[in-house]
Design a protein around this ligand. Structure first.
Ligand SMILES: Cc1cc2nc3c(=O)[nH]c(=O)nc-3n(C[C@H](O)[C@H](O)[C@H](O)COP(=O)(O)O)c2cc1C
Length: 342
């Protein structure tokens, strides 16, 4: 039986050579938001390693949206130019180049005061953020819009909006961080308002031929907070905004979260959202084995597999996984004298 993990997947006009996607991972190695030789080698190795998609780490839409000074950013033209050769390299080795657009909200490491839905700190170790005004929200939507244009001009073929891990848009969704009493807080409809506005604006600006993904935390892992039930409603709304895939992560909004981390522990979220809403999903989290990844797809629990830390350990994971699953593994021509024969 041929492998599903190594079957091509088409979303809009973009064809992924397989369904192994490199999860976005901060490298804390940029200066002034500029990607550099590290990013070229790090991301490039994973394209050489055969991934269908290589997603650039959470890249800030404005300087104050960075979670560390070492984050990449896409808020100015120098950053756009610096991304171009990296994007080109990923494409030339057969990977779709994607970028995760982010604002870290109350988790941001900024010199000034961080912004958030409400003036509630993440933990005692963080300072109290400023509650956003409506004009701050308008500014955020505009910053995402400009980041979308620069990502397009840099040559990216896919955008993922970061709405997980306690970043700003997740902070609006979760009642732990959103304690507003205006029409951006309180009811689920109100808490979803800004994230959906950003999703709609990004989708409208991004070329129709290219996909937009959203990463969510499907649960805060805290009682009476954000959970799967609300994620299902949110996923339906995102689907109606023509979002192409929900990348299902979890946690990040509370230091008190009780996360039952184990192999493939977030897969049930991807499975439920896919089944209940019909939107494509990505599974992520402690997926390390080719047979396990194949089974997740075959059983209809997700459409694609995001590999994080295992891809740091083994940048050529897809090439080896293809062999395990009896699929063709396309080694770069430069390495053709080193085939694995047994
Ligand atoms: C070094 C590192 C950096 C990360 N940075 C990001 C990030 O920029 N954006 C994001 O959504 N998740 C980030 N994550 C989470 C991963 O994308 C992934 O969801 C998580 O590691 C679970 O998958 P895994 O078990 O395959 O590693 C990061 C994880 C690691 C280990």
């Amino acid at each position: 039986m041929s492998s599903l993990l190594f079957s091509p997947l088409k979303i809009r006009d973009v064809v992924f050579r397989n369904r192994v996607f490199v999860s976005p991972m901060c490298q804390y190695s940029a200066k002034d938001g500029l990607p550099n030789a590290w990013h070229l080698v790090h991301l490039g190795s994973r394209a050489v390693g055969g991934a269908g998609l290589v997603m650039v780490e959470a890249s800030a839409v404005c300087p104050d949206g960075r979670i560390s000074d070492g984050d990449t950013g896409i808020w100015n033209d120098d950053q756009k130019e610096a991304f171009k050769p990296i994007v080109q390299f990923l494409k030339s080795h057969g990977s779709v180049p994607g970028i995760q657009l982010a604002h870290a909200g109350r988790k941001a490491a900024t010199e000034g005061q961080a912004i958030a839905p409400s003036a509630v700190a993440f933990s005692a170790k963080y300072s109290v953020p400023k509650a956003m005004t409506e004009s701050d929200m308008d500014q955020l939507v505009a910053q995402f819009a400009r980041a979308v244009e620069r990502s397009r001009d840099a040559g990216f073929e896919l955008i993922e909006i970061h709405m997980a891990h306690g970043y700003l848009l997740h902070e609006f969704l979760s009642p732990l961080s959103n304690q507003r009493t205006d029409h951006y807080g309180g009811s689920l409809e109100n808490r979803m308002r800004l994230p959906l506005r950003v999703a709609q604006s990004v989708r409208e600006l991004w070329p129709k031929t290219l996909p937009v993904f959203v990463r969510i935390s499907a649960s805060d892992w805290v009682a009476n907070a954000w959970d799967l039930e609300q994620s299902l409603i949110f996923a339906r709304e995102l689907k109606m905004k023509d979002i192409d895939l929900i990348d299902c992560s979890s946690g990040g909004s509370s230091p008190d979260a009780q996360i039952p981390e184990g192999p493939a522990y977030q897969v049930p979220f991807a499975a439920a959202i896919r089944k209940e809403t019909g939107v494509r999903t990505g599974a992520v989290g402690k997926i390390t084995d080719a047979v396990q990844a194949e089974e997740i797809l075959r059983s209809g629990k997700a459409d694609v597999i995001f590999i994080g830390r295992e891809s740091l350990r083994h940048p050529y994971w897809p090439l080896h996984a293809a062999r395990t699953l009896g699929a063709d593994s396309v080694w770069p021509r430069q390495y053709l004298r080193a085939p694995i024969t047994e």
